[in-house]
Design a protein around this ligand. Sequence first.
Ligand SMILES: NC(=O)C1=CN([C@@H]2O[C@H](COP(=O)(O)OP(=O)(O)OC[C@H]3O[C@@H](n4cnc5c(N)ncnc54)[C@H](OP(=O)(O)O)[C@@H]3O)[C@@H](O)[C@H]2O)C=CC1
Ligand SMILES: O=C(O)C1=N[C@H](C(=O)O)C[C@H](O)C1
Length: 258
Amino acid sequence: MNILLIGSNGAMGQAVLQLVNRSKTDQVVLALQSEEETNPNLPIFNDFEALDAYVSKEHPVIDVVIDFSSATLSESVVNFSNKYHLPLVLATTGQSADVEQLIFDTAKTIPIINTHNTSIGVNVMQKALQLLTEYLYPLDYDIEIIEKHHRFKKDAPSGTAKMLFDSIQSQVNEPLHIQAGREGFYAARPHNEVGMHAIRSGNIVGEHTVIFANNNEEIEITHRANNRSLFAQGALKAAAYLTQAEPGLYDMSDVLDL
Ligand SMILES: NC(=O)C1=CN([C@@H]2O[C@H](COP(=O)(O)OP(=O)(O)OC[C@H]3O[C@@H](n4cnc5c(N)ncnc54)[C@H](OP(=O)(O)O)[C@@H]3O)[C@@H](O)[C@H]2O)C=CC1
Ligand SMILES: O=C(O)C1=N[C@H](C(=O)O)C[C@H](O)C1
C-alpha cells in the first residue's frame, strides 16, 4: 500500500513509520507534519495547500490516507481525501459534532474508518462491556469510566472513553448522562449517570478502566496499552481493509471481523 501519513512527526506518526519501514509491501509515500523536515526519500509537507499543489501536479500513486494528528486538521483531512477519492483511516480523536457530521456525509463517496482506538483489545473490550451492561445495569450497578494518558495528550476525555460509553449506552434503553469528574457536594449519584475521569501523568501510553459496582461487589475491566505499536498495527490493518472497500463508514469491528 502507498500511504499518505498525516501527523508523521508525532508519537503515533513515528510508530506507523517504524512499522511500515519493516514492511515489504507498504510504504509511506507522502507525509504531512508541522515540523519542517527534508527527507530525500519522502516528500514532507507542512500544510494542505502545499500538499494539494504537489498532488494535483505530480499525481503520485496514493492508496490510502492514515491520520494521527490533531482534530484541528480533521476537516482538511476529510476534504482532501474526498477530493482525490482516497480511502481514509481517521484515527485522530477530539472532533467536533460538525466534523463528525462531515465525516458521516463524506463516507457516502469514499470509504472511511473513524475510530478512536485501533487496538484489538479495546475493540473486543467493547463487546465485553455490552454483555456486562446488559446484565448489570438493570440490576442497579453503577458504571464509571477512568482513562489514563501521558502528560502530552491534548483532548479529554479520550476518544476511547467516549467509544466505551457509546458501547454501554447501546445496551441501555434510557439516556445515560456523562458526569465529567466530580468536585464539591452531591446528592447520591443517579443510576443513569456514568462518571468519566481523565488522568494525565508522565508517560502512560493509554489505559481504560470501566467499573460496575453495587453494594456487594465490583467488576473492573481494564485495557492497558504497553506501547504504541498496537495502534499502528491496527491502523495498517484498517488501511488494508479500506483499499478493498466500497464507500461507507466502517469501524474496527468490520476490520477485525468481531
Ligand atoms: N485511534 C487510535 O487508536 C489512536 C489515536 N490517537 C490519536 O491520534 C492523535 C495523535 O496522537 P499522538 O501522535 O500521540 O499526538 P502527537 O501530538 O505526538 O502528534 C500529533 C502530530 O500532528 C501534528 N500536527 C498537529 N497540528 C498540526 C497542523 N496544524 N499541521 C501539521 N501537523 C500538525 C503535530 O505536530 P506538533 O507536535 O508540531 O503540533 C504532531 O506531530 C491524537 O488525536 C490521539 O488521541 C493516538 C493513539 C491511538
Ligand atoms: O492520545 C493518545 O495517546 C491516545 N489517544 C486515543 C484516545 O483518545 O482514546 C487512543 C489511545 O488511548 C491513545
